[in-house]
Design a protein around this ligand. Structure first.
Ligand code: TRP
Length: 325
């Protein structure tokens, strides 16, 4: 006989395939060895808000530096992209960076923001339509690391341009990044372009500080993933017994981010039990750091040519124009 809560779960499953995928990914990740949780689940409403706070932190130079590069060079970038672009954005969030591009592009035909956070997406699409009368905004709620179908939009010829800022490319492993670029090249077709923000290798202390801010916002962002599992999957993580850990691993040129159990403890999610030993970690994210050379290699493997790179004067961050080969 089915219990009422099981009925309830099955109902939810029908209504929310996304929730079923979340549960499946969480159970699979926590059963893996070493344990991991996919970073795309960071961005529920609370997580998206915490991330917006991260972008304003002193230590988190990435967003600020990328913005400074765009402020300085956007006119040149937009001129190289040319008129009548169909602008697609991966992981658009609140679309604040996109406004700069939209302000400088010559008669963009449409804007297609793609994001996993439906709430944020709807909100930003509404405000963009209000602020850019005449621009067609067609949001797509999807995970851009999977296959993407663009809505059929316009009969007018438009140059597809994918905007992928924020160094989110760094959150993919190199093979995943190559695969994403290949799919993007296919999506854009010949004549298409990719504007890619990528964080660069630098002093390790600067890198590590960006992921270990003094106020603990990054720690709260990381632990919100456990809170989200508790909220949405009825988990019983005792969040205060997991510690945020982030450090640079030079041999892989990546920041590694973990949640580390501070004691031996059992956690229940759905009908599964997980035993954590003291000191045992769950990996929640990698953030790969590139060089101009490794970006050129990535572009080439992904079916693009790296045409131009713009950086700040410290060489902390890069904005890159890639064209489909
Ligand atoms: N794309 C961001 C980055 O790699 C995401 C991020 C910033 C992040 N701080 C984090 C992810 C802390 C997990 C934990 O810089």
């Amino acid at each position: 006989m089915r219990s009422r809560s099981l009925e309830h779960l099955l109902l939810l499953e029908v209504r929310q395939p996304a929730l079923a995928a979340f549960r499946r990914d969480v159970l699979r990740g926590l059963s893996a060895s070493p344990r991991e949780l996919p970073c795309k689940y960071f961005y529920d409403v609370a997580g998206s808000e915490l991330f917006e706070r991260i972008t304003t932190l002193d230590e988190y130079y990435l967003t600020r530096t990328e913005k400074a590069i765009m402020d300085r060079d956007v006119a040149e970038i937009a001129a190289l992209l040319g008129p009548e672009c169909l602008l697609v954005e991966y992981g658009s969030g609140s679309s604040t960076k996109t406004r700069l591009l939209l302000d400088h592009l010559d008669a963009p035909t449409a804007y297609v923001p793609i994001d996993v956070s439906g709430e944020f997406l709807r909100w930003s699409a509404r405000t963009l339509e209000r602020d850019y009368p005449g621009l067609r905004v067609t949001p797509v709620c999807a995970d851009f690391t999977g296959p993407i179908n663009l809505p059929s939009m316009t009969s007018r010829p438009a140059r597809p341009v994918v905007y992928f800022p924020g160094s989110t490319i760094g959150n993919l492993t190199p093979p995943e990044a190559v695969a994403l670029l290949r799919r993007t090249a296919e999506l854009c077709g010949t004549g298409g372009a990719l504007v890619l923000g990528a964080d660069l290798q630098k002093d390790h202390d600067v890198l590590e500080a960006a992921y270990n801010d003094r106020q603990g916002v990054t720690a709260a962002f990381n632990r919100n993933l456990l809170a989200r599992i508790n909220r949405e999957l009825n988990g019983d993580f005792s969040i205060e017994h997991f510690q945020h850990r982030a450090f640079y691993c030079p041999s892989f040129a990546r920041i590694e981010i973990y949640l580390q159990s501070t004691r031996r403890q059992r956690v229940h999610i759905a009908d599964k039990e997980f035993l954590f030993l003291g000191g045992e970690s769950i990996r929640t994210e990698y953030s790969y750091k590139y060089t101009l050379e490794s970006l050129r290699d990535l572009a080439q493997l992904g079916g693009f040519k790296l045409e131009r790179t713009w950086t700040d004067n410290r060489g902390y961050f890069s904005v890159n124009l890639l064209t489909v080969c």
